[in-house]
Design a protein around this ligand. Sequence first.
Ligand code: NDP
Ligand code: 2IT
Length: 449
Amino acid sequence: MAELETNLTEIFEEATRRNPGELEFHQAVHEVLESLGPVVAKHPEYTDGEVVRRLLEPERQIIFRVPWTDDSGRVQLNRGFRVEFNSALGPYKGGLRFHPSVYLGIVKFLGFEQIFKNSLTGLPIGGGKGGSDFDPKGKSDDEVMRFCQSFMTELYRHIGEYTDVPAGDIGVGGREIGYLFGQYKRITNRYESGVLTGKGLTWGGSQVRPEATGYGAVFFVDEMLKTSGDSFEGKRVVVSGSGNVAIYAIEKVHQLGGTVVACSDSDGFVVDEAGIDLDLLKQIKNGHRGRVSEYANARGASVTYTEGGSIWDVKCDIALPCATQNELDEKAAQHLIENGCLVVAEGANMPTTPEAIHLLTAAGVRFAPGKAANAGGVATSALEMQQNASRDSWSFEYTEQRLAEIMRSIHDRCLETADEYGAPGDYVLGANISGFTRVADSMLALGLI
Ligand code: NDP
Ligand code: 2IT
């Protein structure tokens, strides 16, 4: 890991001591602190107000028991989390992740990232994240519903449209948000649409929210390409994952004239030189929650499926990691560089390891961090909250245009901040400093919170 300034080293060491074993949280904190040296040096008020130290401590952390019964009537038990990290800019906002790997360290890394991401959107949303070690894979709809109802039976007392507004993340999509919203409504006897985002279109959801993270990431890369007079036209793109973010990233790349030749799930990856057939992929993934191996079987001999292995071995101009944290390591980065990759942009949260980021940037590969590139999802969630607050609903075209504008402004703000701090083209530094200053200034303005 890169060196930190002395004062920030002390703060980092204190954070690792206070949060033992939370490796992903340590990683996310270190990555932000690496950028903050110059801004803290320029603004003594941040040090005087202990803003960084305060930022690293969540405002509130909730851990709860989630009992539910499976289809055979047996009692099952999971652990639920909601980390309400920072509310200087607005109600806590961030998704829920249901995956067996979820523990406090994952929820805190995601919640911490969310503070800066949400700040970058320019919209009035604080940072939070939650989830459970529940594994939706292989569960029936009824089991997922009973789990969600039990989860919300505790969570409801902690959330609200002015307090904390959850949404989806890995393992939580429209189906889960529906069961969660239904239980919230039933317990509170309130049709409080703004309490959750990612809702269905017939019950308070926003157009473009399902597409927003993937579309937004591609809009962001399009802006990066434009800075050198380039575009997606004719580009060969690799997208990891095949979930919500990946599917809509693929869709937008194809609309802009690029070709996505590979995608994956946790079992393996497919390479389809003709370009991923998105209708087929959607049918398999959204239809019956199938695997990408089925995609290869359905497409026949022209498509290869590799079990395990690394999708980053596939040659591409643009790489979009859209699956999970630390999926793109040093070795993968080396392969991307050798294959002439021009841009890596994070659709997922923290998919690139710190070593891989340093390798890529040192080799001149343009790199967009998730807190900037994948902010379109939460930004469109904030647009959903606006629509709910005004009991209005906007058209697809208008909402997509708002999303594109937000991504352009995040992109430009990252570059302007990088220029201001003498690091032109450094999107990591630009995103971290720009996201940080808005939160830090608000924390100082609000007194000791
Ligand atoms: P989904 O659950 O819809 O899809 C996740 C995809 O990633 C699946 O293809 C899944 O494969 C794969 N995946 C998950 N965990 C692993 C793992 N441990 N190893 C390998 N592959 C894995 O989630 P999303 O698309 O919503 O989220 C993807 C990423 O994007 C996450 O990092 C999330 O935090 C981030 N993100 C999501 C936003 C959103 O709006 N949904 C917004 C911003 C960021 P399999 O099916 O085999 O598990
Ligand atoms: O990581 C993320 O930004 C999300 N999962 C979306 C959060 C949201 O509140 O829409």
